[in-house]
Write a protein that binds this ligand. Structure first.
Ligand code: C2E
Ligand code: MG
Ligand code: MG
Length: 785
């Protein structure tokens, strides 16, 4: 008989304590050792959501039912309930697998909608095994190892798990040291605003760089620390470190972005996390709005007062609280009702097949609307492509995070990254506008609440937009401003270079055609009621350059316009090349249209105007800003951000950063003069462009120095190109002189030899220095020694 304290009250099974005692006795008394024993550890997947969905009473009944089935299927030795949804069996090694499968089916069929599933870990007791606790641990480890596995519902404990177990032991016993010795490092991943793509924050993610086990990802050590209830050590450290990093930036006179830190469920039980955060913030004297806390959805699914209390405390204390991995569990929507959050972070799996079916868009839009309505911001994780970003723009998600914008990186890499984004040194105008907007929003909300009567008398309300649209003076001024920006001298000059066409699209009839007196579209006249489509076909065929005809015809096609109108697109614009005079170059033309409904017909209004001057001066300005005037190569200002961009978006393969330099350039200048020197620079630039320009960024840094970045290149190909450059003697004929010279180069391989731009640049420069020392006319790879 079991005593009361040895019995689990809910199921009537022995508890952990009595199981260990009795099973140890059984183990010790094995005499003839002819029958093999196993320990099986059972876990019910998603039991927490079951409780949340159906209530605790139903959860209890479910557990009682499972207890009954286990006892029936494994009657021979012992069955126990260890905790929550964890059961353990000591059984003979007879048809174990089919019995587990049988139990699995029964668990599932108890409530097929609930999504619960059985997992089992099996440990075969060895004749030499002495300790039942170790045997139970191993069965549990085997069980935990297939938590997220859908291929099989059981697993045996084996060697591989043994190694994992050792690592787990190592992690548990060394977390203190790791924190102390700085093996735990904070990586930062950028968070951006979807509309602008600008950085607006970072998430702190832990990495463990261990002297014995190397680089460990959170997926390895976080679950172990959580299970061991030691995660608070790591998290407390990360929080302090983040505060210290922020403080450092502030001391450097920079304006840091907010950082969100991750908290685990057990943190809240082990420590007063509010105090941990608040103490760190106080110690480093940083503003509270620079630290946000992320709590993962799965931490919330059993109704916990401690957690709720702490979350509320954070919010009252001035910290934002974000819900992480929203949508990964079963009770996501319920949680919104029970807890208060500032931001919802959509789980990565949400973006896995975005746009693949129309329902998806509708779901995103609705969840985002709902969040907005209850005052919660939205953030999507796992944005890996530009298409995913576009999708988020369309559905109105506010923030985003993912490899597309930047991977998690060290503090130093972050500075480089921000430098590229020009975010740190000067707060961007757009951001200021955004802040102003936020501010306005708050004022309006407050006014609404206390119903300020002065509101109606205020000048400058939104209604003024209507006044503006109806005021002819306003429209004339806007038009004049617009045409002068397009570089016309006057409004009437603009009119002379534009067409205005009105057509009834539904009836395919031209209604009006406005041209300046001297201009005709073709050399023919058109009359009202003529076919709109015929006119368009003629115009396109005769006045649009060949390459663009199809596109332009499609744009103006009446069927497309009608279709677009019905799918909500009533206005659009296009730019194309129009042939004005057969003897002259085609000119850039811009067309904008609006379709409106009138007495059941769709009427199209088209305005076309010449923008050739404007385009040309814009191109020129761009050219001048991007290119070096002497060589026509990219200049430093253009090339460096481009290179940084590619480095941060780097996905796979190797890239190279190369510094090249003309040997003894001063001698050329001194003996042949500066014009000769310039000619040498021009020729060698053209050569560099030949060798690397096709797939690389070639930049004239300064004087005789060049910087080249080539992406996705294998080493053989790289070396052969560098040989082409460095192993030849170049000759330039200048007037009567034949100038010969060689080139030296140094290069470094990304990501193998470095990641950040500064680091790579420094190393390429050092390699170049080495090449010069070793005798010039050679290309050397960076070498640590
Ligand atoms: P999380 O908080 O949901 O963090 C996002 C994870 O997604 C990070 O993984 C990040 O590197 C990864 N990720 C970001 N963008 C992309 C993308 O575009 N594609 C893909 N496939 N993945 C992306 P990481 O750093 O391995 O962290 C995993 C989880 O470990 C985190 O998930 C978080 O729950 C936990 N964790 C990390 N650091 C800490 C910490 O300091 N404390 C606690 N308690 N948990 C942490
Ligand atoms: Mg997170
Ligand atoms: Mg997440």
């Amino acid at each position: 008989m079991h005593r009361n304290e040895e019995i689990d009250q809910l199921t009537g099974l022995p508890n952990l304590y009595s199981f260990r005692k009795e099973a140890q006795k059984l183990m010790d008394s094995r005499k003839n050792r002819e029958r093999e024993f196993v320990i099986i550890y059972f876990d019910i997947q998603n039991f927490k959501s079951y409780n949340a969905r159906y209530g605790f009473e139903a959860g209890d009944r479910f557990l009682q039912n499972i207890a009954k089935h286990i006892s029936k299927i494994f009657p021979e030795l012992m069955v126990a309930r260890f905790s929550d949804d964890h059961f353990v069996v000591l059984a003979y090694y007879d048809s174990i697998e089919s019995r587990i499968d049988d139990l699995g089916r029964r668990v599932k069929s108890y409530n097929p909608d609930a999504g619960v599933d059985l997992r089992a870990g099996i440990y075969e007791i060895d004749p030499d095994d002495m300790d039942i606790s170790i045997a139970c641990d191993r069965a549990r480890i085997a069980c935990n190892s297939i938590k997220k596995n859908y291929d099989s519902i059981f697993r045996y404990y084996d060697k591989e798990l043994g190694i994992q177990l050792e690592l787990a032991h190592y992690i548990i016993h060394n977390i203190g040291d790791a924190v102390l010795h700085g093996y735990i490092q904070v990586y930062y991943q950028p968070v951006v605003r979807v509309i602008t793509g600008r950085v607006c924050g970072f998430e702190a993610l832990a990495r463990w760089v261990d002297p014995v086990h190397g680089f460990l990802m959170p997926g390895v050590f976080i679950p172990i620390l959580e299970d061991a209830h030691l995660i608070y050590k790591l998290d407390s450290y990360i929080i302090r470190q983040v505060c210290q990093d922020i403080k450092e930036l502030m001391d450097m006179g920079l304006k840091p972005h907010p950082v969100s830190v991750n908290l685990s469920r057990t943190d809240f039980h082990q420590k007063d996390m509010y105090r941990v955060v608040n103490d760190a913030v106080g110690m480093f004297n940083i503003p509270k709005n620079l630290i946000h806390v992320e709590v993962t959805e799965s931490a919330l699914d059993d109704n916990q007062d401690v957690l709720k209390g702490t979350i509320d405390k954070f919010r009252r204390g001035g910290y934002q609280v974000w819900m992480d991995d929203f949508g990964s569990g079963y009770s996501s929507l319920n949680l919104l009702k029970d807890y208060e959050f500032d931001v919802l972070k959509f789980d990565m799996k949400f973006l896995q097949n975005f746009g693949s079916n129309p329902k998806e868009t509708a779901i995103w839009e609705n969840v985002i609307n709902m969040a907005e309505e209850i005052g919660i911001q939205t953030l999507a994780e796992g944005v890996e492509t530009i298409e995913a970003w576009d999708f988020l723009k369309r559905v109105g998600c506010e923030k985003a995070q993912g490899y597309f914008f930047g991977r998690p990186m060290t503090k130093e890499e972050c500075l480089d990254y921000l430098d590229e984004c020009k975010e740190i040194t000067r707060q961007s105008v757009a951001e200021k506008d955004e802040e102003a907007l936020d501010h306005n929003k708050k004022i309006i909300e407050l006014k609404k609440e206390d119903d300020d009567p002065a509101e109606e008398e205020r000048i400058g309300s939104i209604d003024d937009e209507l006044f503006m649209a109806e005021s002819p003076v306003y429209l004339t001024l806007a038009a004049r401003g617009f045409v002068s920006l397009l570089e016309y001298n006057s409004y009437s000059q603009f009119q002379k270079h534009s067409f205005f066409i009105v057509a009834n699209l539904s009836q395919n009839k031209l209604l009006r055609l406005h041209l300046s007196s001297k201009r005709k579209i073709l050399d023919k006249a058109y009359y009202s009621d003529e076919s709109y489509q015929n006119m368009i076909d003629e115009i396109v065929q005769n006045t649009v350059i060949q390459d663009e005809q199809e596109n332009v015809a499609d744009f103006f096609g009446k069927d497309r316009l009608i279709l677009a109108y019905h799918s909500g697109i009533t206005s659009d614009e296009i730019e194309f090349h129009r042939i004005v005079d057969k003897k002259m170059a085609p000119r850039w033309t811009h067309t904008i249209y609006q379709v409106m409904e009138d007495k059941g017909d769709l009427i199209g209004y088209f305005l076309s105007f010449d923008i050739d001057e404007y385009k040309r001066s814009k191109d020129l300005v761009r050219q001048m800003a991007e290119r070096d005037s002497l060589t026509g190569l990219y200049n430093r200002h253009t090339a460096v951000p481009l290179i940084r961009n590619r480095l941060y978006r780097h996905q796979h393969g190797q890239s190279a950063l190369i510094m090249a330099d003309i040997d003894d350039f001063r001698r050329i200048n001194d003996s042949y003069g500066h014009f000769a020197g310039d000619e040498v620079l021009r020729r060698i630039s053209a050569r560099l462009d030949d060798i690397f320009g096709r797939d690389g960024i070639v930049c004239h840094l300064d004087q005789d120095e060049f910087l080249i970045f080539v992406e996705n290149i294998d080493e053989d190909n790289l070396k052969s190109r560098i040989d082409t450059l460095c192993e030849n003697i170049f000759e330039v004929n200048y007037h009567n002189d034949k100038i010969s010279f060689t080139i030296s180069a140094g290069f470094v391989i990304h990501p193998d030899q470095g990641r950040g731009y500064h680091d790579l640049f420094r190393k390429a420069d050092m390699a170049l220095g080495d090449a010069k020392k070793k005798g010039k006319g050679m290309g050397l790879q960076f070498n640590e020694q």
